[in-house]
Design a protein around this ligand. Sequence first.
Ligand code: GAL
Length: 803
Amino acid sequence: MKKIQYHYILALFLIVSFSANAQEKISLDEDWKFHFGHAANPEKDFDYSKTALLHKSNVFATTVVNPKFVDTAWASVNVPHDWVVELPFVNSPQVEMDSHGYKPVGGMYPETSIGWYRKHFTVDKSKSSKRFELQFDGIYRNAEIWINGFYVGTNFSGYVGNSYDVTDYINFEGENVLVVRVDATQYEGWFYEGAGIYRHVWLNITDKIFIPVDGIFVHAEVKGKNAIVNIETTVQNNNLQASNGSVYSYITDRNGKVLAKTAEQKITLGVHKNTTVIQKLNLNNTRLWSLDDPYLYRVISVVKSGNQIVHQTKTRFGIKTVRFDAKKGFFLNEKHLKIQGTNNHQDHAGIGSALPDYMQYYRIKLLKEMGSNSYRASHNAPTPELLDACDSIGMLVLDEQRLLNSSPEYVDQFKRLIKRDRNHPSVFLWSIGNEEQNIQGNDYGKRIAQTLLAIQQDLDPSRTSTYAADMPNVYKGVNEVIPIRGFNYREYAVADYHRDHPNQPLLGTEMGSTVTTRGIYEKDEIRAYVPDQDITHPWWASKAETWWKLAAENDFWLGGYVWTGFDYRGEPTPYKWPNISSHFGIMDVCGFPKNIYYYYQSWWTDKDVLHISPHWNWPEKIGKPIEVWVNSNADEVELFLNGKTLGKKVMPRNSHLKWEVIYEPGTLEAIGYKKGKKITSKVETTGTAYKIILTSDKTILTADGKDATVVNISISDDKGREVPIADNMVKFYLSGDAKIIGVGNGDPSSHEPDKCKDGMWQRSAFNGKCQVIIQAGKTNGSIKLEAKANGLQSASTTITLVK
Ligand code: GAL
């Protein structure tokens, strides 16, 4: 007890003596100016490529990068910002646009593929002895960055961010002007990618002796009930003289109680040199990070110069063990765990790839409720906040490098990815690439993989890697050297591969991929819809039941990742236009479940699942047969139509039940018997659309200008039952200090705008539902969202904003 008190006091003392020198991490997300440039016409690109921008260190000519350039007429935007989501849908016979969601972006659309951003800010003179750094978490893509007319760097990657030291360029006498030219004329993927500064921007202010961004690496070895925590701290000296300093670290629990502290280790730092200190701490009675208890410790890293604390950082980390056994599967903290994963791209309805942080939590929460325990960030570095959400909620992450490429550019991207993400306990495995058909089976692929694997081991010896190969039972190229063999589809070949290579663990990196349209029960080639049941899949993929049965019933499968958790823009399959988004999701782009959701939830959770489909509104089918599906994890299910039994059936494991029912309106009810317990569920023929029901995910938002909530809209009959075919146009009116940032409805063929059009926010319901995303302002008080539709009773919801 005495010891604990001492540590508390010590922690307090450190904070007090430090505050005078505190480093700052300032958000630069707000108040940007934005204008399109032009990829083919220098005049429309603010004379870029016409004016000499590179012949002098500081650009004096009156160009867009000159701080004096007048941008007052440009649009005002905040980042995260994705300009593509605002563009119309275009179907051009000349350009293949389906994979990017039929948006006019890329080299064939020079007028909407270059974006210029400008941001003005001031820095107080009292900070002139500090070090300044700009940190961009992600820009799509090929971004050139200037500050006060000085070029500071280009980030080629559209996914992994970068930081730039700008100390020498800061103006303490007046405005600083940051300029970014974003060039989205090339794509990095074959899916919707968005464009613009779509992740956070920071200004980091530190002493000139400092811990660089990603300069901390914490990894632990579990020893029985205890753990040895290795803390690697890199310190850089940007002073003009060599300096002596010291480093120490301590671990706290999540309430800030100090649990262990290292000795203070002296360091000598040369001019513009860095050093890495490795310290070890014993942590007794370790509380392991797990899916049910995602416990996060903190490492506080302290750097002193003389007696002054000059930099202090806090890193959240978790302690876990992972073991991949080629015969018995995957073990988290020595408990067997089948990977029940989903692949996902990063876009969401209404907002494209510019997600408020809250949306990461919202989406991960939806996946977890379905029973998923792992997320594959296909096929690129995820947003940092997605990993924060996975750390906090308890979701394992397969973290993926964009290309299987060992050129200096991609090695650098891979290193940045690993150094950025290796402290996240959710990350349990790296992926060095995906479906590189030209090289995966040959010697190039093998050599590149070997190089990347060596880099991964060097930067993160606590983890290993996989690669998502679309190859059957083939042991060539990457597969010869990859520690964990990844299978994209070809589930039929997994057992043969295992027989031939019994010591290589096997993971389904892309599995299943049934295509379904939420609430649709008949194939519709005109509107480009596919039935919302586990029946249709492209030739290369399989049904949910096909792959999951194999994965569930064979221990040598580590598990796998469904392609995909959510629908995403682009890659419409099996149709193209008017389809603008994919159908692969278990949920649609809004996160509304499709019927297959209940298949996975039945077998991926212990929850009582009993779900009947389709809906029961079929006036044109009276007297005709309808195929009824029941998804459940009950042992037996009995189905009743208007009180009459249609028979009781035994539920086959990892499968579903079917009845052919002669349709008559009324109530279709299921009774499930699960380990002696009775569970019930029903679908009813509803009345006509009568009213709107609004459900906000949160009723209180932080008044920080960033927090957000999803409001789901359901069109119901007079008894409050959702009308499954309702398609009413709903108009939204918001009052108070907040804004709507996007609307969606999950219809993969909807060409309605996701943004405000002619001053009006509106969206038609698709099969009974649509969605609005609201972002908080900064004033305490309440905001009110009203939803109105012709002929329907309107609805409103009030949300409180608190600082
Ligand atoms: C895979 C690919 C994914 C996606 C998917 C569509 O081959 O890795 O990115 O394109 O097919 O089925």
